[in-house]
Design a protein around this ligand. Structure first.
Ligand code: NDP
Length: 513
């Protein structure tokens, strides 16, 4: 044994005298139950795999630092944003969304961009993506949407029919679908892509002063993407290429850097804006609300152990700190519940005690007790009820949070803001994309939508036509559809369009999802 090698032990810390031969009764002989080292080792192995995240299962993470470069104290009292030059340690986990834990990094998919700031006022999680919008705007639809991105219940195969059926039944998805099928759906790696908070959040300084905020993390050097053919090639030769790229670059000292910006919208501006700023299928134009610089984010350290740190990292939008709150964005409201809930299932009620999730710059003090894997001191001997007149932790009365007035009917409310689901993807298609990007977009859509049955091809092409006539025409032509029929369908209401594609004899194919 080399000098720096420690003695091997069992789980109870006793020395292991032999790790090569199981105990048997005679030779060859049956194995003995008294071989407690073998049983300890094998039983632990049998339990190595923990539940996979239902979404964002495949990921890679790294530690780094966030540094404030501009004064934003007029908008928020968050301490980690309180002075120029202030640095806060972070952990960032990138991921794909729909694929399983062993799936390829190259899949056409949004990428998760989940950031944990270890602030002195507690951990602040900004659980974003590499796109500024999302497919749906009500969390009630989330499980259904994700089912369409996963596997067919019968064949266990990914199904273009499930995906395009759902998308074509939800025109609100057109913005994200257009981004997803552009070159940005296949980022070159994790280091050189932007991140977005996607939702609108609240920043506040005290009980009466608040603004709405949107976060942008701009990769230094820009958002690098790859052509679909390159993504396909890489999938075959190195399915883990983005994981490898991130690890190797950090290991070699080539630290990825993002410039961090916010858009600030006052409550009055929000009320009068042409778009609903709480609708996560919409962006807030940077021309109307220019990006305001805040700081820089640098990743500079790889985890020592993938499972302990990256796999067990748990991000939740409900991890907020004083000065930052949620908005009315319904998807965000749903995520406030579902993220922490999934970690309770995946890692247990005490997942915050796992070192990567535990606050590093402050400590947790409250009246929660017990639960599986209570590895802390569980409050020790201090009181386990509140209020108390002994030595238990007290609430901090000087943190006042804005209280917003609400009037309205309680119940299931529809989105009524007069903006269209077609407008912003249209601006993206016409004004932001260059012709070569439009060509790639059409090629990618035709390749994917071509795998769905005809009535879905017609229904979806009519939606693209409503976004932009050129967009819809090119998709329809690429799919060899009857363009006149696509245009007719585009003139109907969504309900009529769905019914028309169901009634049309020409589309009556026998197909399961
Ligand atoms: P701007 O011209 O100020 O911004 C356009 C934005 O689009 C830039 O952030 C640019 O990123 C980004 N972009 C470029 N190509 C793509 C692509 N294929 N997919 C997604 N984003 C892309 O215009 P507006 O702010 O008025 O927005 C116009 C349209 O741009 C919106 O309707 C929306 O579709 C899209 N967009 C808007 C964003 C926002 O927060 N306002 C963010 C991202 C997209 P880059 O900085 O790398 O050039």
């Amino acid at each position: 044994m080399a000098d720096d090698q420690k003695p091997m032990t069992t789980s109870n810390g006793a020395p292991v005298e032999n790790d090569t031969h199981t105990q048997t009764a005679g030779w060859p002989g049956p194995s003995l139950l008294q071989d407690v080292h073998f049983i300890d080792k094998m039983a632990h192995f049998d339990r190595e795999v923990i539940p996979e995240r239902r979404v964002h299962a495949k990921g890679a993470g790294a530690y780094g630092v966030f540094e404030v470069t501009h004064d934003v104290t007029q908008y928020t009292r968050a301490k980690f944003l309180s002075e120029i030059g202030k640095q806060t340690e972070v952990f960032l986990r990138f991921s794909t969304v729909g694929g399983e834990r062993g799936s390829a990094d190259t899949e056409r998919d949004p990428r998760g961009f989940a950031l944990k700031f270890y602030t002195e006022e507690g951990n602040y999680d900004l659980v974003g993506n590499n796109t500024p919008v999302f497919f749906i705007r009500d969390p009630l639809k989330f499980p259904d949407f994700i089912h369409t991105q996963k596997r067919d219940p019968r064949t266990n195969l990914k199904s273009p029919n499930m995906m395009w059926d759902f998308w074509s039944l939800h025109p609100e998805s057109l913005h994200q679908v257009t981004i997803l099928f552009s070159d940005r759906g296949t980022p070159a790696n994790y280091r050189e892509m932007h991140g977005f908070g996607s939702h609108t959040f609240m920043w506040y300084t005290d009980a009466s002063n608040y603004v709405w905020v949107k976060y942008h993390f701009k990769a230094r050097g820009g958002f690098k993407t790859m052509h679909a053919s390159e993504a396909d090639r890489l999938k075959a030769v190195d399915a883990d290429h983005a994981t490898r790229d991130l690890f190797d670059n950090i290991e070699n000292g080539n630290f990825p850097v993002w410039d961090v910006f916010v858009q600030i919208i006052t409550p009055d501006e929000a009320r009068n804006y042409k778009y609903d700023i709480f609708d996560v299928t919409k962006t807030v134009s940077q021309k109307d609300f220019p990006l305001i610089p805040v700081g820089t984010l640098t990743l500079n350290r790889n985890p020592e152990n993938y499972f302990a740190e990256t796999e067990q990292s748990a991000f939740a939008p409900s991890n907020l700190v004083p000065g930052i709150g949620p908005s009315f964005d319904k998807m965000l409201q749903g995520r406030l519940f579902s993220y922490a809930d999934t970690h309770r299932h995946r890692l247990g009620a005490n997942h915050h005690l796992i070192p990567v999730n535990n606050p590093k710059s402050t400590s947790v003090q409250n009246y929660q007790r017990d639960g599986a894997m209570m590895t802390g001191n569980n409050g020790g001997r201090s009181p386990n009820y509140y209020p108390n007149t002994f030595s238990g932790p007290q609430v901090k009365a000087d943190i006042s949070v804005p209280q917003l007035a609400m009037i309205g009917n309680m119940g299931r409310q529809e989105y009524t803001h007069p903006n269209s689901d077609f407008e912003q993807p249209g601006i993206l298609y016409r004004e932001v994309m260059t012709e070569d990007k439009r060509e790639q977009l059409i090629e990618n859509i035709v390749g994917a939508l071509g795998g769905a049955i005809k009535r879905l091809q017609y229904r979806q092409s009519a939606l693209f036509y409503l976004v932009d006539e050129d967009y819809g025409t090119r998709v329809a032509k690429g799919l060899n559809l009857d363009l006149n029929r696509v245009i007719e369908l585009s003139k109907l209401s969504q309900d009529e369009r769905v019914q028309a594609t169901l009634d049309d004899e020409a589309f009556k194919e026998v197909a399961s999802v």
